[in-house]
Write a protein that binds this ligand. Structure first.
Ligand code: 5GP
Length: 126
């Protein structure tokens, strides 16, 4: 089966601005940044989404969180703050079918991002 774009970036078969790599994770700049700092962090093991994570994958998830902290320090947003997001499935807005975490910062991100306009109504009916 053909590799998807993040597998190719992980294996250095496609260009990306890689900012961090170790045995467990690869991190690179998002090609369409939505904030001054927008880094994608992926496990080096192909996992499709958060739904596909298994207990044995804990070392990958731990490395994602620890590398997020280190990358935030590297880009000087550790003190100002940042957000770490993973989109899962259709409603979550996941476009690339390879588990990834968006590390975004460098600007005040507000309370939440990307909620639909009628979200308050949906919550009331829940
Ligand atoms: P998702 O919507 O799946 O959570 O996010 C996918 C992200 O991957 C998007 O922010 C998109 O800009 C980014 N992306 C898609 N293709 C490429 C690519 O070829 N290179 C890089 N660096 N980022 C990509």
């Amino acid at each position: 089966m053909e590799k998807n774009i993040f597998e190719k970036i992980r294996d250095k078969e496609s260009d990306a601005d890689i900012v961090f790599k170790n045995e467990y994770v690869t991190a690179f700049k998002d090609i369409y940044p939505c904030a001054p700092i927008h880094i994608l962090i992926i496990p080096n093991k192909m996992i499709r989404s958060l739904n596909d994570v298994e207990k044995d994958d804990a070392i990958y998830l731990a490395n994602i969180l620890i590398s997020a902290k280190e990358i935030a320090e590297k880009f000087n947003i550790d003190k100002s703050g940042y957000r770490l997001i993973t989109n899962c499935g259709k409603d979550g807005g996941q476009e690339v079918q390879y588990l990834h975490f968006h590390l975004v910062g460098g600007v005040s991100l507000g309370r939440m991002i990307g909620l639909p306009k009628n979200s308050q109504k949906i919550f009331k009916e829940f």
